[in-house]
Design a protein around this ligand. Structure first.
Ligand code: ARG
Length: 288
């Protein structure tokens, strides 16, 4: 019976809108922020002078994991490694579509060891179709699946040459999108896929050409305001019904309710100090 979610806090007036939306059970990979800190800066959110409360980060992360589990999703965990504080952002560890794993090759030296660490997890956990990539790509931070199409970010991290590599490996068409705003350096900080044919995004994070592509592919998309984009509201995870996103993105929460989604606001303030939130902490193992 729909509406049995323990986490459904919506006012009664919105309940009528949701039964049309069905949640798809997902298998997710996450990494505890046990060694999380901001000791270097590779994006404008990261200020090593600002203190980080690792204990609080763990509590916030744990709540995210429990929320996924209470919604019926399966959460796998990879052991964090000391000296890799950004490993908590599991979305960057690889890209997994239809059970095939494209490894990540990081742009910055500080994160390069994460690529092999994640690939080892896949090799040890029964994944056999794994590609160690030739070109720089930051995993599902820049590769998002929308139905039969892969939306692929570039501009800051993922090399555009990786887009052809991904298309060949997955056998799915790749649409390249160029990011221009350094605060939205990965595609998953500027765009979120809500269902196979629905997205929400922040147009100003993209070049005019990429904005035109998004308008033509998704004319009915939810557009994020400056305020919602500034609190990382687009760094969201959707199972087709429930949308987990930063709780400060109140405008997007309202727009999602209007469309019959069940938005669940999360507090990941400590992890935002590293430039990541809900989606960055979550790698979807699609097709497994
Ligand atoms: N500090 C990390 C970096 O700059 C944050 C990664 C966020 N991940 C994401 N999928 N957007 O690389």
């Amino acid at each position: 019976m729909p509406g049995t979610d323990v986490l459904d806090h919506r006012p009664a007036a919105n309940l009528a809108a949701s039964p049309a939306r069905t949640a798809v059970p997902c298998r997710l990979l996450m990494c505890r922020p046990q060694f999380f800190e901001v000791s270097y800066s590779i994006n404008p959110w990261m200020d090593p002078a600002k203190p980080v409360d690792t204990e609080l980060a763990l509590v916030q992360w744990e709540r995210l994991r429990e929320t996924y589990q209470s919604l019926g999703h399966t959460v796998e965990v990879i052991d964090p490694l000391p000296g890799l504080p950004d490993m908590v952002y599991a979305a960057n560890g690889a890209t997994v579509f239809e059970g095939k794993v494209l490894g990540a090759r990081f742009r910055h030296l500080e994160r390069t060891a994460e690529g092999p660490a994640y690939l080892q997890w896949f090799a040890r956990n029964g994944f056999t179709d794994i590609l160690w990539p030739e070109h720089v790509n930051e995993g599902a931070g820049d590769y998002l699946r929308a139905g039969g199409t892969i939306l692929a970010g570039t501009g800051f991290r993922t090399d555009p040459r990786s887009h052809a590599e991904a298309q060949e490996f997955f056998g799915l068409p790749v649409v390249g999108l160029t990011l221009t705003n350094p605060r939205h350096y990965h595609l998953d900080t500027a765009l979120s896929v809500l269902s196979p044919d629905e997205i929400m995004y922040y147009p100003q994070a993209f070049t005019p050409g990429s904005q035109a592509v998004l308008r033509s592919m998704f004319p009915d998309a939810i557009l994020a305001s400056d305020q919602d984009a500034a609190v990382f509201g687009l760094n969201a995870f959707s199972d087709g019904r429930n949308v987990l996103l930063p709780e400060a993105a109140t405008g997007l929460i309202g727009q999602l309710l209007d469309r019959g989604f069940n938005p669940l606001g999360m507090d990941l303030a400590e992890l935002l100090k590293g430039g990541g939130s809900v989606k960055c902490c979550t790698l979807e193992l699609q097709g497994t």
